[in-house]
Ligand binder design. Structure first.
Ligand SMILES: [Zn+2]
Length: 257
């Protein structure tokens, strides 16, 4: 598949820019702002072909209408279950989007929790997951329930371990600080921190990250691990039996962190 670049927006958002194989067309994921996308298009002499939206929050959708003014015929894909101005192609779970000139076929996955209609787009080795999964963390549960969010993360866990994950925000460094509180003895997490520090020194994104790395470092994907269970129970001073309770209390702990 084609080259994928992070266009930074606002304080810590990433608008993912997917280049067509011959290089002249672009698909962008979650353009919260039009300006950085227009600048990228103009400075690289590119045409905008499509927009993919994961959920309705303004920092993921705010650029749609301005981009449509410049490119009136673009396709704008997004969740059927959310009200988003400017969508041309509302999507349901398991729908497939084929982009031959990008050598890319994406499948839609429902991943409610952060918002109720939140969707992800995945291919055999790419996942665009908006604000559901972050490196070493997960999104806040604004509209859904912990059970919905946990179920959405379980669906992501079933993808190929080689999947590269493109998240909506650069939260990795602060997420690792929390993850290390939860799993102070996790060596893979220490290694990820060292990697992230190197990226930061070079002012590079810490993303994408492989699912394989996340399965070893992200406490929200590790609620069956002994150390995670113990830390959550110790923090709240209670004993919890189910992985879902552990997940819910882990997310609540993170909210207070
Ligand atoms: Zn959001």
């Amino acid at each position: 598949m084609a080259n994928i670049i992070a266009i930074p927006a606002f304080k810590d958002n990433y608008i993912w820019a997917i280049h067509s194989l011959e290089g002249s067309n672009l698909i962008v994921v979650d353009p919260g702002s039009a300006d950085p996308v227009l600048e990228y298009l103009h400075s690289n002499n590119l045409n905008l072909q499509s927009i993919l939206i994961t959920h309705h929050h303004w920092d993921h959708t705010g650029g749609i209408l301005a981009l449509k003014k410049h490119y009136p015929h673009i396709q704008v894909y997004g969740p059927l279950k959310e009200k988003i101005d400017g969508l041309t192609h509302p999507l349901q779970e398991n729908q497939k989007l084929s982009f031959p000139s990008f050598d890319m076929t994406l499948t839609v996955m429902d991943i409610p929790g952060h918002t109720l209609g939140h969707i992800a787009y995945f291919s055999s080795n790419h996942l665009f997951c908006g604000d559901t999964l972050f490196s070493c963390g997960c999104g806040k549960i604004f509209e859904g329930t912990p059970a919905q969010m946990a179920n959405s993360l379980e669906k992501i866990k079933k993808l190929s371990v080689n999947t590269q994950i493109y998240c909506g925000h650069e939260y990795t460094f602060s997420n690792i600080a929390f993850a290390q509180k939860v799993e102070p003895n996790n060596l893979a997490l220490k290694a990820r921190l060292n990697e992230v520090l190197k990226f930061q020194q070079q002012k590079l994104p810490t993303l994408p990250v492989s699912l394989e790395s996340e399965l070893r470092t992200n406490p929200f994907l590790r609620c069956q691990e002994k150390e995670v269970i113990q830390s959550v129970q110790d923090y709240w001073g209670i004993s919890l039996c189910s992985p879902l309770d552990i997940f819910a209390k882990l997310r609540e702990w993170k909210n207070q962190f």
